[in-house]
Write a protein that binds this ligand. Structure first.
Ligand code: TYM
Length: 333
């Protein structure tokens, strides 16, 4: 709680091209929750360097991502939108929490195993302790709620475990956060292989819709989306390609999957794929226009970056000082 309001924290990496999965699984919920909570939305650039990055590209992508947060409808006057690297408390708390996290716990993280197998030549310690930095992000602001896609649930669980362990030793220091995962859209799958999640790093660009894709590209990808030869319009696990398209259409239009099934029952998959393409475009088009406009508003965006980093830093320091005192660091005079 800060000033009588519950606190929300979430973040996104500025690595690769953001996908429709990032938007429907996370960003869209961020916007809908932003009135109810005091919100911190970070561009987690420190997490990004666990995989080798081109510095100029990372810097540019980080800015575009912050702009995208605003373009998606997060008011930077009410929500704290900032770069993780601008608030040193993330690194400082992360170090302390490292000392309360077990190697065995980190070894079980599926994202670590995935990334280690993809980047075999660079299995660095940062990649291994990635979830601890994520725990620090969340606990630094005493967040009550963390809206994420389903792939981040394991990281949320370890965050809760670390917080509870710390509290058991030192008393009630951290708020124990809850994950917020949307009913539909928490796991948007690849359009080419519905057994895999839609991902920024997919080698097949037809599997992912990128947030900056133009209308023709979106339509082409939707038309090529893998479905099945059953020919029945049902929302069920046995038809994963169709189920994924229904999920996408459902989140874009606000209709429930059942309503979508009723709407398209008896019509061909082709018709439906066109409708999905149109629904996605109607979401992406205004987002892209607003982002392009804001890219030109340099002074305005700079002022937001500065003010919000100061605001985040203020709340971060409060928790950090408390934690430093608890673990026995000498008090500042
Ligand atoms: P990242 O950058 O991989 O993804 C950002 C958000 O998008 C969600 N997401 C998806 N949701 C549905 N379907 C998909 N196919 C899909 N792909 C991605 C993710 O679940 C996430 O919510 N470690 C985090 C960033 C992070 C963070 C945090 C999040 C760092 N610190 C603290 C919450 C709280 C990550 O790499 O997300």
């Amino acid at each position: 709680m800060i000033d009588g309001k519950k606190v929300l924290f979430s973040g996104m990496q500025a690595t690769g091209n953001l996908t429709l999965g990032n938007y429907l699984g996370a960003l869209k919920n961020w916007v809908s929750l932003s009135d109810e909570y005091l919100c911190f939305y970070s561009v987690v650039d420190m997490h990004s360097i666990t995989v080798r990055q081109d510095p100029a590209v990372l810097r540019k992508r980080a800015r575009s991502l912050l702009i995208l947060y605003i373009a998606a409808g997060l008011d930077p006057e009410k929500n704290c939108l900032y770069y993780q690297s601008h608030v040193s408390g993330h690194a400082e708390l992360s170090w302390i929490l490292n000392c309360f996290t077990y190697m065995g716990e980190l070894n079980r993280m599926t994202q670590f195993k995935d990334k280690a197998s993809k980047h075999g030549d660079n299995i660095n310690a940062g990649l291994f302790t990635y979830p601890v930095l994520m725990a620090a992000d969340i606990l630094l602001y005493q967040a009550d709620v963390v809206p994420v896609g389903a792939d981040q649930m394991q990281h949320l669980e370890i965050t809760r475990d670390i917080a509870e362990r710390f509290n058991n030793i030192y008393g009630d220091v951290f708020t124990i956060p809850e994950a917020y995962v949307g009913k539909v859209g928490a796991r948007i799958m690849s359009l080419q292989d519905p057994s895999k999640k839609m991902s920024k790093s997919d080698e097949n660009p037809n599997g992912s819709i990128y947030l900056m894709d133009d209308a023709d590209t979106v339509m082409r990808k939707c038309k090529r989306a893998v479905t099945d030869s059953e020919g029945t319009f049902l929302y069920r696990e046995e038809q994963p390609g169709l189920k994924n398209l229904i999920d996408i259409y459902s989140v874009c239009t606000g209709k429930t999957p059942d309503e979508v099934v009723q709407e398209f029952d008896g019509r061909g998959y082709g018709d439906f794929k066109m409708a999905v393409g149109e629904a996605v475009t109607s979401i992406l088009n205004p987002l892209q226009k607003e982002a392009a406009r804001l890219e030109k508003e340099k002074a305005y965006v700079d002022s937001i970056i500065k003010e919000n980093a100061e605001k985040a830093g203020y709340y971060a320091r409060k928790t950090l000082r408390k934690v430093q005192k608890k673990v026995g660091f000498p008090v500042r005079v």
